[in-house]
Design a protein around this ligand. Structure first.
Ligand SMILES: Cc1ncc(COP(=O)(O)O)c(C=O)c1O
Length: 376
């Protein structure tokens, strides 16, 4: 985009705000030469487990690896089915296929954009082994009915918390509600590494032990491979960076809330639908997503004013060419499909100045001066 006035994200602003701490942490890794796993990663694992209210955290090289290994640790493989949603980043579904199992998709609840618990029962078969709800945009899925259904059917629950670091469901931190939870530390995430990163949190020691082996070639000790594993280890630099950034996460979440309140106030009379915060949720706003019936027009108008936006996500997974063979066609998930046509994510990061928020909101107001009421 020529002449960006408000970027969607500004990772440099955050680095500048914590530069001495980050530089010192990077130097420690250079001095120790613990480039893979090591004490910085182990320290971060401990602190992130405490943050999530679990006894275990296993640090990995991506959120995708976290989903893959959580599914494997749960014993999921060929012949099994895992229930998840089509309105998510493609990794939630792809990881189920990595494990050799079949993704069974169900529609979303349209206000929260998360899994509709009322749709689960009809999707359960004798082959169902797990439910994988996604805490999309930083808002937890409605976990109580999901856990009840899972317990009733003897199913495992794996939270996809890739976008929801620090979010809470009825006061409980995400990451500690299901049997396991998977986080991504991709740089733009609320807690982002300076490269790829991910983790599984759990309070099940057996799952944790299996995942620790699987991330490091299935070894129980050096060169003794008891499982067919992977090279999914976290790098020392990422553990060091994440250790620093975790200390700032709550304060950054509070900054996100201030920006969200400002957007909500300024957009109250506009023709876009602002995000709904569900009664059960402490939402951490990984993204601030509005709905508009003229989403593409709104995005073009903002782009013309130098305002960067994102679409999370323009095509639900079941309509992606790569996943056509899952067997769901157009119309299979009307609420996910409608959301994909209408959502637009506005600039949001903790350092975003309030004058930029005002500028974005004013531009949205101008662009939606004609009626664009949401219809479903
Ligand atoms: C909902 C969701 N699940 C999984 C992932 C995969 O994480 P990673 O990119 O770290 O592999 C992402 C990353 O964007 C995500 O948003």
């Amino acid at each position: 985009m020529a002449n960006v006035k408000v970027p969607y994200l500004d990772l440099k602003a955050q680095y500048q705000s914590i530069k001495p701490e980050i530089d010192a942490a990077i130097s420690r890794v250079l001095e120790s030469c613990q480039f893979v796993l090591g004490s910085e990663v182990a320290g971060f694992e401990q602190n992130f487990a405490t943050y999530c209210g679990t006894s275990e955290c296993i640090a990995l090289n991506s959120g995708t690896s976290a989903l893959h290994l959580a599914l494997l640790a749960a014993g999921i493989g060929p012949g099994d089915e895992v229930i998840t949603v089509p309105f998510t980043f493609v990794a939630s579904v792809a990881a189920i296929l990595y494990a050799g199992a079949r993704p069974v998709l169900i529609d979303i609840e349209p206000r929260s954009f998360t899994m509709d618990p009322a749709a689960i029962e009809a999707a359960v078969t004798a082959r169902t082994k797990a439910i994988l709800p996604v805490h999309l945009y930083g808002q937890p899925a409605d976990m109580d009915p999901i856990m009840d259904l899972a317990r009733g059917h003897g199913l495992i629950v794996i939270e996809d918390a890739a976008q929801a670091h620090g979010a809470k469901y009825k006061g409980r931190p995400v990451g500690s509600i299901g049997d396991m939870a998977c986080f991504s530390f991709y740089p733009g995430k609320n807690l982002g590494a300076y490269g790829e990163g991910g983790a599984v949190t759990t309070s099940n020691a057996e799952y944790a032990h299996t995942i620790r082996m699987l991330r490091d070639w299935g070894q129980d000790r050096k060169y003794h491979h008891v499982l067919r594993g992977y090279n999914y280890r976290m790098e020392g630099f990422q553990g060091a960076v994440l250790g620093v950034k975790l200390r700032h996460l709550n304060q950054w979440t509070e900054a996100r809330w201030r920006i969200v309140r400002q957007y909500n106030d300024l957009l109250v009379n506009s023709d876009v639908e602002t995000p709904a915060e569900m009664a059960w949720a402490q939402h951490v706003y990984h993204v601030y997503t509005v709905r508009s019936t003229d989403r593409d027009g709104l995005q073009a108008a903002l782009t013309a004013e130098g305002i960067q936006t994102g679409i999370h996500y323009p095509v639900p997974v079941h309509l992606q060419p790569a996943y056509a063979d899952l067997g769901y066609g157009q119309g299979a998930f009307p609420l996910a499909e409608a959301a994909a046509k209408q959502v637009l994510s506005l600039p949001l990061y903790p350092e975003l100045p309030s004058r930029a928020v005002a500028q974005v909101a004013a531009a949205v107001g101008r662009a939606t001066a004609k009626p664009t009421a949401v219809t479903r």
